[in-house]
Design a binder for this molecule. Structure first.
Ligand SMILES: NC(=O)c1ccc[n+]([C@@H]2O[C@H](COP(=O)([O-])OP(=O)(O)OC[C@H]3O[C@@H](n4cnc5c(N)ncnc54)[C@H](O)[C@@H]3O)[C@@H](O)[C@H]2O)c1
Length: 257
């Protein structure tokens, strides 16, 4: 028996990258896991893949109901689906601003709203087991160039995490977020492929993180599992950085020590 045995989790954006690593890890550690994604065909058993678009309230509600019925309830929600955007405030039009907020912020709102009745039931039946973890970003707490829109959405996710933690603490539902640095996922692969010099771009991203490398999806999944698990029952309203030291450290150049 391991720490997630008997727990039922829903992971959005769980068909790729950080979400996929999280769904796999929770399942390995004993949870029953449903994945909600635009492209669930990539999801394999024992994960339950469900198609939904987090910008569409009806499809989110239908997928959440299906997940809860298949798993017999829900104890854990990992709100992870998200998309990127590049540029300064001058570069993205209003349509793109609305779309990225719709996915990255309202997507979490819609999924949480649909899951809360099930999470409340679980919190009453099995106190100490119910948690929401939102995938936020280093972009919420550090100014990164060319990421105005994306950073604004992640700043909103950070504030939303704190507000939700306050709203639901007395219902026995903990809410936290993880703040990954640049993580080696298909998303970053696509960004690198689009760069003029992918090798130079990768080296610049690695050098930006004090550890000197990208974060792995498995490392972010480990942090999400920590925040979602019953052993962190006293932790709510926090942001856990998984960023190779990017948020907290100020190194001198290597030659200088
Ligand atoms: N990779 C990084 O460097 C990094 C860093 C910080 C934070 N994050 C965050 O981590 C999360 C996951 O990123 P990733 O790198 O694993 O990306 P990814 O592109 O590998 O995976 C994202 C998944 O979300 C799904 N998705 C996208 N839009 C959706 C929608 N409208 N409805 C349902 N599913 C949708 C995609 O189909 C995909 O399976 C995102 O919230 C992202 O902002 C990533």
């Amino acid at each position: 028996m391991s720490d997630f045995t008997g727990l039922r989790a829903l992971v959005t954006g769980g068909a790729s990258g950080i979400g996929r690593a999280t769904a796999d890890l929770l399942a390995e550690r004993g949870a029953q896991v449903a994945v909600l994604d635009l492209d669930p065909a990539r999801v394999e058993k024992p994960l339950l893949g469900l198609r939904a678009d987090v910008t569409d309230d009806a499809s989110v509600r239908a997928a959440v109901t299906e997940a809860a019925e298949a798993l017999g309830g829900l104890d854990i929600l990992v709100n992870n689906a998200g998309i990127g955007a590049q540029g300064t405030v001058e570069d993205n039009d209003d349509t793109e601003w609305r779309h990225v907020f719709d996915v990255n912020v309202l997507g979490m709102v819609r999924t949480a709203r649909a899951c809360l009745p099930y999470l409340r039931r679980a919190a009453t039946a099995r106190p100490g087991t119910v948690a929401i973890v939102n995938t936020c970003s280093i972009a919420a707490t550090a100014g990164l160039p060319q990421r105005a829109l994306y950073s604004a959405t992640k700043g909103a996710v950070y504030s939303l995490t704190l507000a939700m933690a306050a709203d639901h603490v007395r219902e026995g539902i903990r809410v936290n977020c993880v703040n990954p640095g640049t993580a080696d996922t298909p998303w970053i692969g696509r960004l690198l492929d689009a760069a003029e010099d992918p090798a130079a771009e990768r080296a610049a991203l690695e050098a930006r993180q004090p550890l000197g490398r990208l974060v792995s999806a498995a490392e972010v999944a480990g942090a999400i599992a920590y925040l979602a698990g019953p052993l962190s029952g006293a932790t709510t309203g926090t942001a856990l950085a998984v960023d190779g030291g990017m948020q907290g450290l100020r190194l001198r150049p290597a030659a200088d020590r």
